[in-house]
Design a protein around this ligand. Structure first.
Ligand code: UDP
Ligand code: MG
Length: 215
């Protein structure tokens, strides 16, 4: 028989485990750097759930009755970053729903977020103390390669922003707004940089070594 005090201690420990914060890896890099492609491969090999902020926004854009559809549409075409109030709610809801369905699913790849100061502030405001950011996986890739890949993808993606005009704006937004966020995390020693200009399998070999070490 387990005695009273010990039983209560075990109960508490169990409660702590149940209340485990979501463990988050932010996945960043320019448009076409390969974030989505590599996240799909990580999910195949490690116990992570992939949440793409861009995909969640596109879903919300096409949801019947969404009050944000038009706004999201305009922002995406212009390569601008949607106000965080919208994005953070979608991310939070997606994490909560995943963990509600299966309490073992508390590891998340958050792909394409935070992209600017507003995103980061929104994350901190809503998620501080509620989720742990383990590290930032940074797919580093030259702009020329990024543009080339997105134009190639544009032939079949049906995306409204995989064209030359939108891409120039997306690259500008990336350089002006997202790079400083990566540098901020860099100063905290939280960035794992991958050379993403190579083939999918070469890039994944490096990704794997990061996750084998600290995933
Ligand atoms: N976007 C945004 N906030 C986010 C993520 C995406 O506003 O947190 C918008 C932004 O306009 C961006 C577009 O969605 O240019 C496409 O993002 P996605 O991550 O899907 O593109 P990728 O970088 O993967 O090519
Ligand atoms: Mg993507």
């Amino acid at each position: 028989m387990i005695s009273g005090p010990l039983r209560s201690l075990l109960h508490k420990a169990h409660g702590v485990l149940l209340a485990m914060n979501p463990q988050v890896v932010f996945v960043l890099g320019g448009p076409g750097a390969g974030k989505g492609t590599q996240c799909a491969k990580i999910v195949e090999n490690y116990s992570y759930t992939h949440l793409s902020a861009g995909d969640l926004l596109r879903e919300e854009r096409s949801r019947t009755g969404s009050e944000f559809g038009q706004l999201i549409d305009t922002y995406i075409k212009d390569g601008r970053i949607v106000p965080v109030e919208i994005t953070i709610n979608l991310l939070k809801k997606a994490m909560e729903e995943t963990m509600k369905k299966d309490e073992n699913k508390f590891r998340f790849l958050i792909d394409g977020f935070p992209r600017n100061e507003d995103n980061l502030q929104g994350w901190t405001r809503v998620m501080d103390g509620k989720a742990d950011v383990k590290f930032v996986l940074f797919f580093n890739c030259g702009n020329e390669v990024c543009i080339e890949r997105c134009l190639e993808r544009g032939k079949s993606s049906g995306r409204t922003d995989d064209n030359k005009e939108s891409l120039e704006k997306r690259i500008q937004t990336y350089l002006q707004s997202t790079r400083p966020i990566i540098e901020l995390y860099e100063k905290q020693g939280k960035v794992r940089t991958i050379d993403a200009s190579r083939s999918v399998s070469e890039v994944f070999a490096d990704v794997k070594s990061v996750f084998d070490r600290e995933g």
